[in-house]
Ligand binder design. Structure first.
Ligand SMILES: C[S@@+](CC[C@H](N)C(=O)[O-])C[C@H]1O[C@@H](n2cnc3c(N)ncnc32)[C@H](O)[C@@H]1O
Length: 377
């Protein structure tokens, strides 16, 4: 099993180019990529040199999940924890895998997120991660982090991630991984990460994790809609482990939630839009399905779907309207992200909306963790 195709695509190199650099025919390279040919050590070395990746990160045997031994407990840290999406997702996955998971450190700079996290998990997250000395963090096996997408100011002479990523929040993830050497990590980011700064941002992140920190890394764009949540929310998930692994990103979901499962039956009148806004919307659009969520885009066009468009932390209040009439309630927004109904809402509606808009789709990340962890340990 090899990962030539995946890494070649990440590097934006064509088969013709790679074949030329490695001194082999395109046909042979195609066979290697399709797992139809096992290259000699010499050819494997030339391919990995052409891709600037260690040979063992491209060519390896898939580990067998049945020899997995988990640490007891499996200690994790929850960076940029928000209201604990990773915490719920990992709990669901750990329970399925029979793992005893223990959160040993959490961090979020936002005081309302800290309040919500403490009310629900009994721990107040530490504040600004940029001020936390990595050595002071307790030892852990697994790192979770949904970090903001920021450009790196890379210039020609810069060497190493310390230079390339300093001043960004990814730098803090990298320096903590470097110091604490966890077995594995799961990171989350917006879809735009892949195209951000012409692809350089994602490339620097992958190179840092893979080439500088020494992890086997894979990533994929996933959509919450494909994981049984009625929300179109596309996110990049990056997974990494000290152990080689081959992640299958195709998931089959049996029980899908519909809008009917999410929407509250009794809704406080305060969530309804003004009669003027409702009339304006209805004059512009007629929905083909019921219930539906009406979405107003930046140009003022209205469309409606039997699911929600992505919840956003900083979006205007009326951009999503249930049946063109009312805003989603905070509980409905949390449900759209897969948060259970026993999640305690302890801050204002406005803050809860923001928190839900920032969170990860729990059901989606749970499935990823459940599949990844047995390969990573
Ligand atoms: C995309 S959200 C992550 C949400 C989380 N995954 C969840 O499920 O709720 C990013 C979080 O990073 C936090 N954040 C931003 N800068 C930070 C910093 N310097 N230190 C710690 N947290 C920070 C924000 O407050 C926000 O809650």
């Amino acid at each position: 099993m090899n990962r030539v195709q995946e890494i070649r695509k990440e590097r934006n190199i064509t088969q013709v180019q790679l074949a030329k650099y490695a001194g082999i025919s395109r046909k042979y390279l195609s066979n290697v990529e399709n797992q139809l040919a096992n290259p000699s050590v010499d050819v494997a070395f030339r391919i990995s040199t052409a891709l600037s990746v260690d040979i063992d990160k491209i060519f390896f045997d898939v580990p067998k999940p049945n020899i997995t031994v988990y640490p007891k407990p499996l200690r994790y840290i929850d960076l940029f924890c928000g209201i604990g999406g990773f915490r719920y997702a990992s709990k669901g996955a750990f329970d399925k895998l029979g793992i005893n998971g223990k959160c040993v450190f959490s961090s979020d700079i936002d005081k309302y997120a800290q309040q919500a996290y403490e009310a629900n998990f009994g721990e107040k997250p530490v504040g600004d991660i940029t001020k936390v000395d990595a050595e002071s963090i307790p030892d852990f096996d697994l790192l979770f982090g949904g970090f903001p997408c920021q450009a790196f100011s890379i210039c020609g002479l810069m060497k190493g991630f310390e230079d390339k990523t300093r001043g960004t929040l990814f730098f803090d993830i990298a320096r903590i991984i470097k110091e604490k050497q966890p077995q594995a990590f799961v990171l989350e980011n917006v879809k735009n990460l892949a195209s951000h700064d012409g692809g350089k941002t994602l490339q620097t992140i992958l190179e840092t994790l893979r080439d500088e920190l020494g992890y086997h890394v894979d990533y994929h764009l996933l959509n919450a809609l494909d994981f049984g949540l009625p929300q179109k929310r596309e996110r990049i998930i990056i997974v990494g482990s000290k152990k080689p692994f081959k992640m299958d990103w195709n998931f089959e979901i049996k029980n899908k939630k519909t809008l009917n499962d999410i929407l509250e039956k009794k809704v406080d009148p305060k969530h309804y839009a003004s009669p003027e806004i409702v009339a304006k919307r209805k004059a512009m659009h007629t929905a083909k399905v019921f219930p539906s969520i009406w979405h107003e885009n930046k140009s003022g066009n209205i469309s409606s779907y039997p699911y929600s468009c992505a919840l956003r932390a900083g979006a205007s209040y009326n951009y999503l309207l249930v049946n063109g009439e009312r805003r989603l309630t905070p509980r409905e927004m949390l449900r759209l992200q897969g948060f259970p109904d026993d999640f305690k809402i302890v801050v204002s509606d406005c803050q809860t909306r923001k928190q839900a808009g920032n969170a990860i789709p729990v059901d989606m990340v749970k499935m990823v963790i459940e599949r990844f962890i047995p390969m990573a340990f």
